[in-house]
Ligand binder design. Structure first.
Ligand SMILES: O=C(O)CCC(=O)C(=O)O
Length: 288
């Protein structure tokens, strides 16, 4: 397993990440990491956390499964978080002095699932605020550009508050709604109909192989994925990372995933730098 980056992250990639809010990095994780994460995902789907939800189940039984913060009980995820180069990817891209782990989230679509993720940003939902936040999105199977998560380049710099989607209401199995959000009281604008004119918004996505990842700023508009061919599934492992300016924030409009209760249990309060065993510091810039 490669514990170090297979190559340096280039200045052009860092510049692109900050300009576009997203960058594709090919071949960052070797096959052993993918095997390990697939094993972890198997455990995760057999033993979901209380946060898990089925976002979609269609008439043919095709599903989209989501879970998050499962890492505390899944040793394979822990090994990836602590020992893989993921934290270094985030640290280099964010030009950080230190990187804490925030949480994991998995998105598992069974073959042929059509469900597409609604366009949204991430940071407005989180119990964290900051520009220095980053998701590493990595498919554990090959994915075509047309089925991969898509992004609106530059949208991470838009200061307006969007009326974000309430993912808490997605659950066809009738599980009690959790982590509800309602941005309607604070929103300054609706999320535009990006799918109606993707070219106008410069929407980008990529063909990807296991081992490739996309790193994106949690303020970027992203969505899509899905619309899979009948014989093709899509399993994605994501890890969320926090850089220098990230601070805890509890939001009156709701949070998803809502970490406010566990943060409080760990003695963390709004304005604090995330830390403790809940959000371990994984990476520090060396003196060089
Ligand atoms: O993979 C997907 O469909 C959604 C991913 C996503 O929204 C995220 O990682 O924030």
């Amino acid at each position: 397993m490669n514990t170090e980056l297979p190559r340096d992250i280039t200045a052009a990639e860092i510049e692109s990440y900050h300009r576009e809010g997203v960058v594709l990095l090919k071949g960052m994780f070797d096959g052993d990491w993918i095997t390990l994460l697939r094993q972890g995902l198997q455990v995760n789907t057999e033993h979901p956390t209380h946060r898990a939800r089925t976002w979609s189940r269609d008439a043919a039984g095709r599903t989209m499964f989501w879970d998050s913060q499962a890492w505390q009980n899944i040793k394979e995820y822990q090994q990836f978080i602590f020992d893989s180069p993921a934290a270094a990817v985030a640290g280099k891209l964010l030009k950080a002095t230190e990187i804490n782990f925030f949480f994991d989230a998995v998105f598992v679509r069974s073959p042929g699932t059509q469900f597409t993720t609604p366009w949204h940003q991430d940071e407005p939902y989180w119990s964290i605020e900051g520009y220095d936040t980053c998701t590493i999105w990595m498919p554990l199977v090959p994915v075509k550009k047309k089925n991969a998560l898509a992004y609106v380049p530059g949208s991470h710099l838009n200061p307006q508050i969007f009326d974000q989607y309430n993912f808490g209401e997605l659950n066809p199995d009738g599980k009690a709604a959790v982590d509800q959000v309602d941005f309607s009281g604070i929103a300054e604008q609706s999320i535009p109909d990006i799918d109606a004119d993707p070219e106008r918004y410069g929407v980008i996505s990529w063909d990807m192989q296991p081992g490739d990842c996309v790193a994106f700023n949690s303020r970027i508009l992203h969505g899509g994925s899905g619309q899979l061919d009948a014989d093709t599934g899509l399993s994605v492992f994501t890890s969320k990372w926090l850089g220098d300016d990230a601070r805890i924030k509890f939001r009156a409009c709701g949070m998803d995933p809502d970490h406010s209760a566990i943060m409080t249990q760990h003695g963390l309060k709004p304005g604090d730098r995330p830390g403790t065993a809940l959000y371990p510091r994984i990476w520090q810039r060396s003196a060089d």
